[in-house]
Design a protein around this ligand. Structure first.
Ligand SMILES: Cc1cc2nc3c(=O)[nH]c(=O)nc-3n(C[C@H](O)[C@H](O)[C@H](O)COP(=O)(O)OP(=O)(O)OC[C@H]3O[C@@H](n4cnc5c(N)ncnc54)[C@H](O)[C@@H]3O)c2cc1C
Length: 407
């Protein structure tokens, strides 16, 4: 019987263990935390958006790194197969807006429980509170795994140690060092799906304010790089929320990054100007600082007034056409100057990781070390929000588990 060690008990490692054991191998999963799936508990705000029900071709439109690489893994184990597997383990699911799939209970813990049941049923052995320190390779082939408390000889290893984001969940990037020592190339890990930190002090006054139906435009070095419609949020340090997190995937260097927010994307400049004129005409003696409250939340109106350059106490009937034109431009493109991202601590995923050319996309086996398989976020394989990242972890875990047991 083939003996397989899985390193890492996150989504990818747990799934890999199920299929490696179902393939008839003797499987031991080693996890450095005191419990399995620590990151899964915090996914989807505790509800775990574990996949997306979009049809598989649409699915790939949301993968921004490693699209071609992931074809074989995702077609081999897609969202419907994943949902069926969880149903088999007794977990019901529901599909929400945008195809996002959650456990019907809204409890992320149910996903971990379902995975644990599948692992137990398949006979996977689990070692918790044990950290892998080295992978022993002889003549280019995996021979054993060394942990902080012992040595395990084995025929194959599936490494699923995750990325570097939210390091308190156990994915602290140590897997990259293990792989570098074995000769793998690690593309520089960077935080992604991460909030932006702003240079502008005024953002602080809006902390907690969430805006729906706005359009954000991302400029890198003066070039329009991404434009998105949807929801965003102001934080104490900058901006976040769905459209901002997605934009962060397009920024490699934070030298000259600007986001402009169109607060009224449904209105052309002309229509917006007419709307402002109408509001002004309702009370021509009103001071400018009190004149935008119908158009936007009060706290935001105050920021717009301050940035407009128009005196807050100016009567609205004295505001010139030129001033109104600039006000319209500001509402259509409120500028937020970005200084950096909010770092790995707040990043939903890590881009970068193991160079995909060094991995066989059908089996997830390393092309550098025989018997070594890789799965999940440790690979340079990433997608936008919507359940795609967990599906990628499950699909690559499935491929690695099946292949490691077979070959
Ligand atoms: C706040 C947040 C919310 C998210 N929400 C969603 C969502 O709703 N939907 C979605 O699709 N994605 C979501 N993601 C992304 C998703 O969680 C990850 O992409 C996915 O969990 C990656 O799985 P993984 O198994 O590759 O790695 P991880 O889940 O990071 O697991 C790696 C495991 O390996 C262990 N490990 C590391 N090194 C060692 C070692 N040397 N020895 C032993 N064990 C080791 C770690 O302790 C860890 O348990 C979210 C991420 C975050 C941070």
């Amino acid at each position: 019987m083939k003996s397989i060690i899985i390193i890492g008990g996150g989504a990818a490692g747990m799934m890999a263990s199920v299929f490696a054991a179902r393939g008839g191998s003797d499987v031991t999963l080693i996890e450095s935390n005191e419990k399995l799936g620590k990151k899964i508990y915090i996914t989807g705000k505790g509800r775990c958006n574990y996949t997306n029900a979009a049809d598989t071709e649409d699915f790939f439109n949301s993968v921004f790194e490693g699209k071609r690489f992931s074809y074989s893994a995702v077609y081999g184990f897609d969202s419907s197969m994943l949902m069926d597997l969880f149903a088999e383990a007794g977990m019901k699911s529901k599909v929400e807006r945008g195809g996002r799939v959650f456990p019907a209970s809204d409890k992320a813990s149910d996903v971990t429980k379902a995975l644990r049941k599948l692992m137990d049923d398949a006979g996977v052995k689990v070692r918790l509170n044990e950290k892998v320190e080295d992978i022993v390779v002889e003549d280019g082939e995996v021979k054993a795994v060394k942990t902080d408390s012992g040595m395990y000889s084995c025929d194959a290893v599936i490494l699923a140690t995750g990325g570097k984001s939210y390091p308190t969940t156990g994915s602290d990037g140590n897997g990259y060092s293990l792989l570098k020592r074995l000769g793998h190339t690690i593309e520089t890990p960077r935080p992604a799906l991460v909030p932006f930190v702003a240079k502008d002090k005024w953002v602080e006054s809006l902390a907690g304010l969430s805006l729906v139906n706005v359009e954000g435009s991302l400029y890198v070095d003066g070039k329009l790089t991404d434009r998105r419609f949807g929801e965003m949020l102001f934080t104490h340090k900058g901006i976040s929320g769905p459209i901002v997190l997605t934009m962060s995937c397009f920024v490699k260097e934070y030298k000259n990054v600007l986001v402009t927010i169109d607060l009224k994307p449904a209105l052309s400049k002309e229509t917006l100007d007419k709307r402002i004129l109408k509001d002004f005409s309702e009370n021509t003696n009103r001071e400018f600082k009190n004149s935008l409250d119908k158009l936007m939340p009060k706290s935001l109106a105050k920021v717009v007034v301050d940035l407009s350059g128009i005196s807050p106490t100016k009567k609205v009937n004295q505001i010139t056409t030129k001033e109104r034109e600039e006000l319209v431009n500001l509402i259509k493109a409120l500028p937020v100057h970005i200084s950096s991202d909010a770092g790995f601590k707040e990043a939903i995923i890590t881009t970068g990781g193991v160079k995909l050319k060094e991995v066989n996309p059908s089996t997830m086996e390393s092309k550098i070390v025989k018997g070594l398989y890789l799965a999940g976020e440790v690979l340079n394989l990433h997608a936008f929000t919507g359940g795609y990242n967990l599906q990628l972890a499950f699909s690559t875990g499935h491929s690695a588990g099946v292949a490691a047991s077979e070959e």
